[in-house]
Design a protein around this ligand. Structure first.
Ligand SMILES: [Zn+2]
Length: 289
């Protein structure tokens, strides 16, 4: 049996304009490829109300355990202004040894590499005592509610077990193979609203300016030293992502101040321990104000 060329397949995948969560026929295309390799496939469509339907695929070669699973996504982020591109993002081309096109990096090439690797494995008759599976979603770059999460729930119900998983997200800044991650840091977004008392700037004693507390809280949050990182993960870090005080007059003390921040945390913390730490700071400062 002929093996599947990785570059060729990557190009074919890039041609599908799968701007999240649009499928554009790509799951059917992938399903066909996997079937020729002997996979048993299932295209799973999920839809939550107020969201667009999303197609995912789960495919398995073999029925014994352990089950080694390649995981990834075939949706891409919007291509932005087409005039800013030197090529059509959905007409892949190779320039100076680089494949150019939307999703070439994140992560259609990885899916092509998965499929090509399995085709080599099968063509060389390297039978082994286990299974190879693929869990590919079309909902990673967007709200990501009808993707991997739902497929995993489905598999759990079917008592389908995955023993090992390799995610093909691009993690190598310079050279292929320089970085392999064993997981991903947690992400938590905080929304902070300080309610004060609106007033005239000339009579501050009759008002309570929420921006004072907001600035102080954000400063203290930013100064938290969470940890120094671990062997496998970068230090936990907080970034303020938005500050907003709606005020159209120069002489008015606003009544409301809002901010948003995001924390990427490593395995030294849980979302609960972070929440506790942050709440303590917020409570302390807002009590004084
Ligand atoms: Zn990705």
């Amino acid at each position: 049996m002929a093996t599947i060329n990785e570059l060729q397949l990557a190009k074919e995948l890039i041609k599908f304009p799968t701007v999240t969560p649009v499928d554009a026929g790509i799951m059917k295309f992938l399903e066909k490829k996997l079937k020729t390799l002997g996979f048993k496939t299932k295209v799973l469509e999920f839809r939550e109300k107020d969201s667009k339907p999303v197609k995912n695929i789960y495919a398995r070669l073999g029925n014994k355990g352990p089950n080694f699973c390649y995981a990834g996504h075939l949706d891409v982020v919007p291509a932005g202004n087409l005039k800013d591109w030197t090529v059509n993002p959905f007409k892949p081309s190779v320039k100076k040894g680089y494949l150019i096109g939307r999703g070439a990096n994140d992560m259609k090439s990885s899916i092509a590499a998965f499929v090509s690797a399995v085709s080599n494995f099968v063509a060389n008759k390297r039978y082994f005592n286990g299974s190879i599976s693929l869990l590919i979603t079309g909902d990673e770059e967007g709200v990501a509610i009808n993707g991997t999460k739902k497929v995993v729930e489905f598999l759990k119900k079917k008592k389908e077990k995955i023993d090992f998983c390799l995610v093909g997200e691009p993690t190598n800044p310079n050279k292929l193979g320089e970085m392999i991650k064993i997981g991903r840091r947690g992400s938590m977004t905080g929304r902070l609203s300080i309610i004060g008392i609106q007033g005239h700037v000339a009579y501050p004693n009759r008002a309570n300016n929420p921006s004072t507390a907001l600035v102080q809280i954000l400063k203290e949050l930013k100064e938290i030293k969470f940890d120094n990182g671990t062997k496998d993960f970068q230090p936990t870090n907080l970034e303020i992502t938005k500050i907003n005080i709606d005020n159209f007059a120069d002489n008015v003390i606003p009544g409301l101040a809002n901010a948003k921040f995001n924390i990427r945390f490593n395995n030294k913390h849980s979302s609960n321990s972070i929440k506790k730490k942050i709440n303590k700071i917020i409570k302390n400062i807002s009590k004084k104000k």
